[in-house]
Ligand binder design. Structure first.
Ligand SMILES: Cc1ncc(COP(=O)(O)O)c(C=O)c1O
Length: 284
């Protein structure tokens, strides 16, 4: 991704090459920051209000100063105007600010869309499962583990992506104890058997994907039943098709799991239908 525009709380649009964080910003020192990523279609960020609501929730869980929704909206629009491009990735950051200051840092970044996503969507991705070593229900009653929180402490998630690539795959799926399927490092995970779509329940402490919610609504319209729950990896392995969902990657077909072909080994019909439905919702 190439950075096209940056807007900073209290300053407005700045040159994207200009440094904007102090050395003692808590985001850098301790990863105490929340963020959001959304896709911009035709100049409009998809479901910005939902992303801002999630940002506010993440900030509260991390113990950051409360997110100023209007300020963040303004920041996003300022960065988008400066980027002046119809299709892009918008990222919003809300940090604890400089150490001891209590004054949050807010940033909006607009970048190009990663170039390889359409190629990956056409061929489908290979997933590997990686255990987290947590009991499936632990994060529901252990708020300090920040389950379901989109914080910038994503080093583990990025290390999981790197491990997947090291094993010759494209992406990872995290497992709780008992091989219970959770989510990908930056995606939610889905699979289909007949007319039923399965996806892990939010009670497992996974992120409440905005795309996930959009697809749940779209699935009903397309005549699929959606079952949310705690499912073992073997259930995914025996599915007819599988896919991941996220704002930037959208609906991404999975054709291989842990080195074994999944379903027909090709992007599936529900994947295609839901990708089309997501695009339709985005430009409506
Ligand atoms: C851990 C995790 N799960 C799921 C998602 C998908 O969420 P969304 O559809 O809101 O992009 C993300 C997005 O970055 C994520 O980081």
């Amino acid at each position: 991704m190439t950075l096209l525009a940056v807007a900073v709380r209290g300053r407005g649009a700045v040159d994207p090459d200009e440094p904007v964080l102090a050395a003692d910003d808590e985001a850098l020192l301790r990863g105490r920051a929340a963020f959001e990523t959304t896709r911009v279609y035709g100049g409009r960020p998809f479901k910005l209000d939902e992303h801002l609501a999630r940002l506010a929730g993440s900030a509260e869980r991390i113990g950051l100063p409360p997110v100023q929704i209007e300020e963040c909206t303004e920041l996003a629009l300022t960065a988008l105007e400066a980027a002046d491009t119809p299709d892009a990735v918008l990222r919003l950051y809300w940090t604890a600010g400089r150490e001891g200051s209590g004054e949050p840092t807010g940033l909006a970044l607009v970048s190009t869309i990663p170039a390889h996503l359409d190629d990956l969507r056409a061929r489908g991705i290979k997933l590997v499962s990686l255990p987290l070593g947590l009991e499936a229900d632990l994060r529901a009653f252990a708020p300090w583990l920040l389950g379901g929180v989109k914080s910038t402490s994503y080093a583990v998630n990025m290390a999981a992506e790197a491990e997947a690539r090291r094993r010759g795959a494209d992406d990872a799926v995290f497992l709780a104890s008992g091989d219970v399927v959770l989510e990908g490092p930056v995606t939610n995970v889905w699979w289909r058997l007949d007319r039923v779509l399965y996806t892990p329940a939010l009670e497992l402490g996974i992120l409440a994907g905005v795309t996930r919610a959009t697809l749940i609504a779209a699935s009903a319209e397309l005549g699929y039943e959606v079952r949310e729950g705690a499912f073992p990896l073997s259930h995914v392995a025996s599915a007819e098709e599988a896919f991941t969902s996220s704002s930037v990657r959208e609906v991404m077909p999975v054709v291989e799991l842990d080195g074994e072909q999944l379903g027909a080994g090709l992007p599936g019909s529900a994947t295609r239908e839901l990708q089309a439905a997501l695009r339709a919702a985005a430009v409506a």
